[in-house]
Design a protein around this ligand. Sequence first.
Ligand code: CO8
Length: 257
Amino acid sequence: MAYETILTEVKGRVGVITLNRPKALNALNSQLIEELNLALDDYERNPDIGCIVLTGSEKAFAAGADIKEMSVLEYPQIYLDDFFAQADRIGQRRKPLIAAVAGYALGGGCELALMCDFIYAGDNARFGQPEINLGVLPGIGGTQRLTRALGKAKAMEMCLTGRQMDAKEAETAGLVAQVFPVGQLLEETLKAANTIAEKSLPSTMMTKEAINRVFETSLAEGVRFERRIFHAIFATHDQKEGMNAFVEKRKPDFKHQ
Ligand code: CO8
């Protein structure tokens, strides 16, 4: 499928999506969100894809939602159209999804990275929720996910002042999993993505689902949920293969089912 705002490339069992609106620093407009969802649908349906990487350019992962597109919108149309509701689907994906963030990840760009399962950052990455400077507020989950990722103090400070956080601070604060020199970011992200994609797909998907339960439920319910899907994974080929391979001292041959 030909896209205008993103690039897609399959590397082994990893599906890569590159945001590609360089003239607008990858600002997220409706077309980009639609194309991103189509590409994600495609990778999710493809049994040969075990992990997805979402990235941008060295200058910008994404500098926010497209302010030029939004500036002309009026209430109640924005309400009736449920503007940007499709963005929520990105955070509901089932296969592991890694954000490789270099440069600006601001506003909707930061929120998009937060919808991924974890973030690897280039050492030039800058995270921020500058919506307050535009007289608005984060609208794609930033107030919720940033607070869960960073805690109340830093999330409040960032959203209320609009200040940016560099990669080092983001790693210390737990927003990103690891920081790499920007020139090595994609290579390192692909390495991790390959590692994940080679594991049994039902076990990576169930692990993602169980960890995400943390944000939706109590500890007791979450532990019960984990036990139920742990029991269920004994219905897969790969559980038998993985455990037999260990006992027989050989490499497992996962069939991803
Ligand atoms: N939207 C549209 N265009 C943008 C955006 C954006 N978010 N960011 C940059 N651009 C464009 C610029 O207008 C410029 O275009 P042109 O060449 O035609 O003038 C081009 O990209 C390059 O940008 P700059 O010249 O500004 O580049 P600099 O290197 O000088 O500055 C910055 C880079 C600091 C990133 C600067 O561009 C900037 O501050 N951008 C805006 C950042 C921002 O405020 N982001 C938040 C947007 S609001 C948001 O994300 C809300 C999401 C919620 C939506 C919910 C819907 C329900």
